[in-house]
Design a protein around this ligand. Structure first.
Ligand SMILES: Nc1nc2c(ncn2[C@@H]2O[C@H](COP(=O)(O)OP(=O)(O)OP(=O)(O)O)[C@@H](O)[C@H]2O)c(=O)[nH]1
Ligand SMILES: [Mg+2]
Length: 300
C-alpha cells in the first residue's frame, strides 16, 4: 500500500491535514534520501497519531480523582470528552511556537498563539487542533516568573487536568522543570521534556563555533551545506541529548524522555510544506510519544 493509501485507511475526518500528501511525497523525493525518509516517517507518525485522536477519548486511566478534580474545575474541561495536551515550562522556551507549529501556523498568522521575543503568554489558552473538536492544545504561561512562580505553577495552571504535559526546556534542565516533572509523575501523568530550537543550535554551531566545517573554507555555500546536513543534525542531537540524560539521571528522572526538536523549522513545515525542511531532529519521536500516551492511558 502506498503512502496515500496508508493515510486514507487510517485517517478520515482530519484528512485535510495530510491532503496534499501526493505532492508532498513528490517534493520530499527530491530531497537528500536520508532527510526524505525521515520526513516520510514523521508524516506516517502524524497519520497514526491522528487516527488515535479521532477515536472517542474514554476515561484517563490511573489518574487520582482528587488530583485532577480541582484542575478540571479551573479549566472547565471534562477529560473524557477531549484530549488535552499541555505545553508548559520556562518563559520563552518555545511553548507557543511548538503549539502553533503543530497546528500548522506561523507565529504571526491569524488564530496563532502569540509567540514573539517581545511578547509573553500570560493566560492559559486552549486551541483546537485543526478541525478536530476533541483535541485541544493548551498554551501555558512561562513558569518561574513573578506572575507564575514555580512553587505554585503546577496547581495554579491546573496542569493535572491534561492528557500529558510537554515541558519545554531551555539549554539545560533546571530545578523548575524537574520539580514540574516530579509533580506530574506523582499523579501518574505522562510527561516529557522537549528541547526546541535545534535549528538555531545547528546554525550557531556552524556559524559561531565553526563546528562541522573541519578542513573546509568558511564560504556561504559550505555553511549552508553544513546546516542542511542530516549527519550533523544527528550528531548535535546526540550531544545535547547526552547532556540532558546526565541531568535527568542526577534528578532521578531517567524514565522521562527528552526530545530535541525544531518547532519552527521542522514541525511547522511538516504540516505546511515538507519540501522546505532542511534537516529533521526528533519530531517523529515526539509525535510517537503523544500517540503512545493516548493509546496507553485511555480506557476506550
Ligand atoms: N529558530 C527557532 N526559533 C524558535 C523556535 N521555537 C521558538 N522560537 C522563537 O523563540 C522565541 C520564543 O518563543 P515562544 O514560542 O514565544 O516561547 P514561549 O515559551 O511561548 O514564551 P512565553 O509564553 O513568553 O513563556 C520566539 O521568538 C520564537 O520565534 C524554534 O524551534 N526555532
Ligand atoms: Mg508563549
Amino acid at each position: 500500500m502506498g503512502l496515500w493509501g496508508f493515510f486514507k485507511s487510517v485517517v478520515t475526518a482530519p484528512v485535510k491535514i495530510v491532503k496534499k500528501t501526493a505532492e508532498v511525497v513528490k517534493a520530499v523525493a527530491n530531497k537528500a534520501k536520508e532527510v526524505a525518509e525521515a520526513i516520510i516517517k514523521c508524516i506516517e507518525e502524524t497519520a497514526e497519531l491522528l487516527a488515535e485522536l479521532v477515536k472517542p477519548p474514554g476515561i484517563i486511566i490511573g489518574r487520582p480523582e482528587e488530583a485532577i478534580a480541582a484542575a478540571i474545575r479551573l479549566h472547565n474541561i471534562v477529560p473524557s470528552n477531549a484530549y488535552h495536551f499541555g505545553f508548559a515550562g520556562p518563559a520563552k522556551a518555545g511553548k507557543s511556537s511548538l503549539l502553533n507549529s503543530i497546528r500548522g501556523l506561523q507565529n504571526f498568522e491569524d488564530g496563532a498563539a502569540k509567540a514573539l521575543n517581545t511578547e509573553c503568554t500570560y493566560n492559559v489558552t486552549k486551541y483546537p487542533w485543526k478541525e478536530m473538536e476533541n483535541v485541544i492544545l493548551v498554551d501555558l504561561p512561562g513558569c518561574g516568573t513573578r506572575q507564575f512562580p514555580s512553587a505554585s505553577y503546577f496547581i495554579n495552571t491546573g496542569l493535572g487536568a491534561f492528557e500529558c504535559i510537554i515541558i519545554l526546556v531551555e539549554k539545560t534542565l533546571r530545578a523548575d522543570e524537574t520539580a514540574l516533572a516530579k509533580l506530574s509523575k506523582s499523579i501518574n501523568q505522562p510527561v516529557c521534556f522537549v528541547r526546541s530550537k535545534m535549528d538555531q543550535d545547528l546554525r550557531d554551531a556552524v556559524m559561531n563555533e565553526g563546528q562541522y566545517l573541519e578542513g573546509q573554507e568558511r564560504s556561504d555555500e559550505n555553511i549552508e551545506n553544513a546546516i542542511r546536513n542530516q549527519a550533523n543534525a544527528r550528531h548535535l542531537t546526540k550531544k545535547i541529548k547526552d547532556a540532558f540524560m546526565e541531568e535527568k539521571a542526577k534528578n532521578g528522572l531517567s524514565d522521562i524522555p527528552v526530545f530535541c526538536i525544531s518547532a519552527t523549522a521542522t514541525l511547522l513545515w511538516l504540516f505546511k510544506d515538507p519540501s522546505k525542511i532542511k534537516t529533521v531532529f526528533e519530531e517523529k519521536e515526539l509525535l510517537q510519544f503523544m500517540k503512545n500516551q493516548v493509546v496507553q492511558n485511555r480506557s476506550r
